[in-house]
Design a protein around this ligand. Structure first.
Ligand code: ATP
Length: 242
């Protein structure tokens, strides 16, 4: 198992209901790791557990050689990991700039934070155009870009992204995957929950499939197309739809 991010036998429950029933998986430095799975499989629960929002009942999570399970979300951000949550979840009544600043709340090096914000506004020019607008007035795609940029304000080594393309128009989805490819080129490691396998295949180096709180498949991109059940559920359906 990789020493970069290593998740071992993690169990997370909501009351008596176990959403993660002993999940073991890993992500490698500089790579895009993609997690697939149907609704209710536990993907969001896993992302929230890795980022410290939920505490696992059992198992361990190591990041860069240190155990982080049980640590607070802010400590986990400081250790070099940031989450782009499901459904974007930007602060809708705050401006674009205020949202970005909120992403740097764990950082104390103000001048570097401002440099970082400037770089992000260059990378996402539409955010610069809308810098003083309330985030709630942005389109869905712009809000997703803002959610990504906000997470990047902490300068993460590992970016967790929970279904960034869901509910967005095909052109915007392509833009988001373009951003993911650029981040990968810049050396940011990415752990991505995604249902759009055709798009994920363009950037991902490794895939996991979760069902009912367990990892049921683990393989390289080639293995996805060769796996009949996965291609029927994900690739076949997409091809028919397009
Ligand atoms: P989706 O693609 O729909 O987001 P998911 O794979 O991310 O699905 P989770 O949201 O992690 O799945 O849900 C896993 C299981 O945990 C589901 O059975 C769900 O009903 C349950 N669950 C999720 N959130 C809660 C909660 N706050 N309280 C109780 N049960 C929950």
């Amino acid at each position: 198992m990789s020493a970069f991010l290593s998740i071992s036998n993690v169990v997370t429950a909501y009351g008596k209901i176990q959403a993660l029933k002993g999940v073991t998986l890993g992500a490698e430095k500089g790579r895009v790791t993609c997690l697939l799975g149907p609704n209710g499989a536990g993907k969001t629960t896993l992302m929230m557990t890795i980022s410290g929002v939920l505490k696992p009942q059992a198992g361990s999570i190591q990041f860069l050689g240190k155990r982080i399970d049980g640590a607070s979300p802010s400590r986990i951000v400081r250790s070099g990991m940031a989450l782009v949550p499901e459904n974007r979840l930007v602060f809708k009544d705050m401006t674009v700039l205020e949202n970005l600043d909120a992403g740097a709340i764990t950082r104390t090096d103000r001048s570097k934070v401002m440099e970082n914000r400037e770089r992000l506004l260059q990378r996402f020019p539409r955010l610069r155009e809308r810098a003083r607008q309330e985030a709630g007035t942005l389109s869905g795609g712009e809000q997703q870009m803002l959610a990504i940029a906000r997470a990047l304000m902490s300068n993460p080594t590992l970016l967790l992204m929970d279904e960034p393309s869901v509910g967005l128009a095909p052109l915007v989805v392509q833009e988001i995957f373009g951003v993911i490819a650029e981040l990968k080129k810049d050396g940011v490691s990415i752990f991505l929950v995604e249902q759009n396998v055709n798009m994920a295949l363009k950037v991902a180096d490794h895939f996991y499939l979760m069902e009912h709180g367990r990892v049921v498949f683990d393989g390289a991109p080639d293995a996805i197309a060769e796996n009949e059940a996965i291609s029927r559920a994900y690739l076949g359906a997409r091809r028919e739809a397009s």
